[in-house]
Design a binder for this molecule. Structure first.
Ligand code: GLN
Length: 198
């Protein structure tokens, strides 16, 4: 059985584990670098990106995760997880794993729309709109050449992207019963879904 790790230092890891288990994979919490062994994929959940980063550097888990990403490990990062995977955080010197060639703005939607929901077109998923829940969400401000934008808000702001084996969403697919985003990620883990961009 495929074993997928979910970074479980802080934030919404339990919901991701539950979603993955519904898709018949073994989902295990990851808190220390030794737990990365044998994983076929990793999920970095939403939460507070600064807190997760701090906890990841304490036992050099950040370096270990970065090493596995360089080695091709598929990773899904949602919300704060997207911030962690990004190359850069706009207007900030916040450290990231610098794994996917996007620049993100934290808490980009401001106070008024702190949290909101939207039905998004995500063509790569098929099967109609995806109900997306945004909670103090970042957005994607700059996209590198090798990055495929998977979804945009109606005003054009990118909120989901893929580069190679890395998938990021500004929203929380683990908070709905729609498992298509997790399935999409698992198809990358299985090597069944090739990136559009070469
Ligand atoms: N605002 C949070 C951050 O930038 C992300 C919020 C979330 O993950 N729901 O860390």
């Amino acid at each position: 059985m495929r074993k997928i790790g979910v970074l479980a230092l802080q934030g919404g890891f339990a919901e991701h584990i539950a979603a993955l288990e519904k898709l018949d994979v073994e989902a295990v919490p990851v808190r220390v670098s030794g737990e990365l062994a044998g994983l076929a994929g990793l999920v970095i959940p939403g939460g507070e990106s600064t807190t997760i980063t701090r906890l990841m550097t304490e036992d050099s888990l950040a370096q270990a995760v970065k090493g596995r990403i360089t080695g091709g490990l598929p990773v899904l990062g949602t919300c704060a997880g997207m911030v962690l995977l990004a190359r850069k955080v706009s207007g900030s010197s916040q450290k990231t794993l610098n794994a996917i060639d996007i620049e993100v703005r934290r808490n980009a939607f401001g106070r008024q729309v702190d949290s909101f929901e939207a039905d998004l077109e995500v063509p790569a998923l098929g099967g109609g709109p995806f109900h997306a829940i945004f909670i103090r969400a970042p957005w994607i401000e700059k996209v590198g050449n090798g990055v495929e934008v998977l979804s945009r808000l109606p005003d054009g702001v990118p909120v989901a992207a893929r580069e190679g084996n890395l998938v990021v969403t500004a929203f929380h697919p683990e908070l709905t019963t729609d498992l298509r985003l997790h399935s999409y990620f698992l198809s990358i883990v299985d090597g069944k879904r090739k990136a559009k961009t070469a």
